[in-house]
Ligand binder design. Sequence first.
Ligand SMILES: [Zn+2]
Length: 406
Amino acid sequence: MISIHNEPQPTDLGDVRVANRAVVLRHVRLHAPCSRADIAARTGLNKATVSSLVSELIDQRLVRETGLTENRVGRPATMLVLDGEPYAALGLQIGVDELVAVAIDLAGNRLLTWRRAFTAAAVGPTETMRALAAVTRRAIGRVTAQGRTVLGLTVGVPGLVDPAGAVPLAAALGWRDVPVAADLRAALRQPPFAVGVDTVANLAALAEQRHGTYAGTADLVHLTGGPTVGAGIIAAGRLLRGGHGFAGEISHLCLDPAGPTCLCGGRGCLAALVGLPAVVARLLPDATADGPITDYLPELERIVALARQGDPTVLSGLAETGRQVGRAVAILADLLNPQVVVLGDHLATLAPWLLPAARSELAARSHAPDAGGCRLDASTLTAAAALGGATAALATVEAGRLPALT
Ligand SMILES: [Zn+2]
């Protein structure tokens, strides 16, 4: 189970009702179809309370009835499921070379996944925010045309995000002090729903924890790829944010003081060893012959094609990259003792060739036997950060707050 926000402890009866509503919603999400009696038996709430909360959730169209149980001893019970129809949550992602939009319904079903090639670093924050607002308006238009109310949206940014939703630094985009949440709210004319911002690493970890192969795992790390490498850390079921929300920034963890120079000015940082530009530079030395690379996707596809053909230089370069990934994961395993570390983005694309070396390195370098039970695997999600953004946007309703219906 995951809590996205630190909900205050209930202090009065209204808060208790909100908390109980969250308990009922969570039970239906995890165990649907289920009956009112099941909810009461499994949550410890009394039947009258469950009945009253369920009526309210049905009125709000957050839950719906779906017929009677079969093969049940005693009186047949009406079963309940989440009502996916009336609502949508949006997730947006500012990637280094794309903008991504995902919409899901309350039950987590995907309503749309859009990707648009876009080089944010080349055009700067003003133009990027304008393009992001345009994509967001289109996505809102699409889901509202289906009769849905937008519950919220969250934007993922590859950089540091402060609690107000501003980005003090995003080295991968060349951004400093961009008020992403405030700008987007203004561009959307102060919408009635919440507009949040978080790091792509945190949002991808949320998506992984809710929708990925290891969904439900309480201690999980997701590594995002691209020019930098971020760790989204879920510890004991909660995102680990740190004092100012900057936890998990492992791009500039120094693995080799004599290694290649990094965009931060240091040497041998994780990003300078396993970031996508570093991998392309190592494996495809001719790639910059025609000038600087602006779109890395074709280069990544070339690496995959050469690896499939058994190209010895590419295979040994990928094994070396895998060892570097394994070294970083061994540090995470010792520090956090996660049950699984999941590789995303280009690290997931290259996983068939990275994982054998990375797993050996993890086993050899981590202190605890069997790496403390830490598994290392590749993500199977597409557009993970945007999916996580949409998931995060459901947090208020999942915490038991009723949506503001218009
Ligand atoms: Zn660095």
